[in-house]
Design a binder for this molecule. Structure first.
Ligand code: GUN
Ligand code: ZN
Length: 435
């Protein structure tokens, strides 16, 4: 007798316009991204196994389960490289700049995350919102409460998402109920890391909030933890507002500059991800580039909180991710974030090409998070997290896109004016999701 065969593994073939990435468009120009008017992505077991022309792949895989998105554009799911899921409910809070904004809105809200049920409710709401916006991977800060990390990872795991977070450590300059200690920050982070890091698609990120809310002892303890787990990412904030930088100088009088407060405590390295990085001094730029660190541009936050204009020229020297920074950022959407990045660059006299914007919101952020071998592009071997964009999602966008003569003219109106209505479908690990 023959062997009993298991169910045949079902291939999924998804058709639409596609953008395939051959090279970083900042270095290679827009032709680093290849457009197919009638392309396809073949998926098996949650992984992309083939990409190319729809006709070719259909002929080669006649049994595949077919989904045709017509004129819609297939992209990798967006990757949001810096966000604060616990700030979901206080997004768009009026009238403050960074330090006042933290004290007035953010810290009181984060205090509520000692309640595990509340953390779970907000984590679910947050992933509903990010998925509706086509974002399939988020690197979030949690709060000081270990339960806020558990809630986020449990929700991401339930949805099969690749996701990153870490307990946000603070032992000073934060209110009662929102402070840990150097020792408890180390112990809680170590325990959470051991439990979650590498479980399925989840990665733990060592997370000192920023130098003003950590004592030198706490930075030292987290530097020691990072040295024990060098393959982990470490995320923090740097040089977001001028007042903040002055405060850091007063708290760390011996430091050469803001970056030095991290370096002196073992928190500068190639797996470091530094959010904002607006007002860097030349030495700091040189040093970040020298060690191979990444920075993350959060443009809706930088305009909303009034922080300043990020210099995308940094991308010539280091990996630069793109992020919402919800809820300092004013949106959950990476489309709105690309629009803000475009406008911020314009204010600096630079017009970012749509190819660079799209690449940075996907592959660029994946690179910043050292995940470009897993997510962020439509390539064989990459996990099949996809975002399908309708390039005519509103009358205003449709009438503009109608005049387009190439894919960039067709896509740019959606970048500048699009939102969750432009997200026609999302796939997570090859499966369609309805947020
Ligand atoms: N710096 C330290 N904490 C935060 C935060 O939660 N949001 C922003 N935008 N900047 C910060
Ligand atoms: Zn932030």
């Amino acid at each position: 007798m023959g062997q009993v065969m298991g169910p045949k593994m079902q291939d999924r073939l998804i058709l639409g316009q596609c953008l395939f990435y051959d090279a970083d468009p900042r270095l290679a120009g827009p032709s680093g991204l290849r457009h197919s008017v009638r392309g396809a992505v073949l998926i098996r077991d949650g992984i992309i196994t083939g990409v190319g022309e729809a006709d070719d792949l259909r002929r080669a895989h006649p049994q595949a389960d077919l989904t045709d998105h017509g004129n819609h554009l297939l992209l990798p799911g967006f990757v949001d490289a810096h966000t604060h899921y616990p700030q979901t409910a206080i997004i768009a809070s009026w009238g403050k700049r960074l330090i006042d904004w933290l004290n007035t809105y953010t810290f009181p809200e984060e205090t509520r995350f000692d309640d595990a049920a509340y953390a779970a409710e907000i984590a679910a709401r947050y992933f509903d919102l990010t998925l509706a916006n086509g974002t399939t991977t988020v690197a979030s800060y949690a709060t000081i409460h270990p339960a806020s990390v558990d809630a986020y990872f449990a929700e991401a795991q339930r949805r099969g998402l690749r996701a990153l977070t870490g307990k946000t450590c603070m032992d000073r300059n934060a209110p009662e109920g929102l402070r840990d200690t150097a020792q408890s920050a180390y112990d809680d982070s170590a325990r959470l890391l051991a439990h979650w890091h590498g479980q399925g698609r989840l990665s733990y990120v060592i997370t000192p909030r920023f130098s003003p809310t950590s004592s030198p002892e706490q930075l030292e303890a987290l530097g020691a933890l990072w040295a024990e787990h060098p393959s982990c990412l470490m995320q923090t904030h740097i040089s977001e507002q001028v007042d903040e930088i002055a405060w850091v100088k007063s708290l760390y009088p011996d430091a050469r500059d803001y970056l030095d407060t991290y370096e002196a405590h073992g928190l500068l390295g190639a797996n470091g991800v530094y959010g904002h990085a607006i007002h860097l001094e030349p030495r700091e730029v040189d040093r970040l580039a020298e060690v191979g660190a990444a920075v993350v541009h959060c443009p809706t936050s930088n305009t909303f909180i009034g922080s300043g204009l990020f210099d995308m020229g940094l991308a010539d020297r280091m990996r630069v991710g793109l992020a919402t920074d919800t809820g300092g950022g004013s949106s959950f959407s990476m489309l709105r974030t690309m629009a803000a990045a475009y406008e911020v660059a314009q204010l600096r006299g630079v017009a970012l090409h749509p190819a660079e914007l799209i690449w940075r919101a996907t592959a660029g952020s994946a690179e910043a998070l050292r995940l470009d071998h897993k997510i962020g592009s439509l390539k064989p071997g990459i996990e099949a997290d996809l975002c399908v964009l309708d390039l005519a999602s509103t009358p205003a966008i449709a009438q503009r896109a109608e005049r387009a003569e190439d894919i960039w003219e067709a896509l740019f109106p959606t970048i500048m004016m699009g939102d969750d209505r432009a997200v026609a479908q999302v796939y997570v690990a090859g499966e369609p999701v309805t947020p």
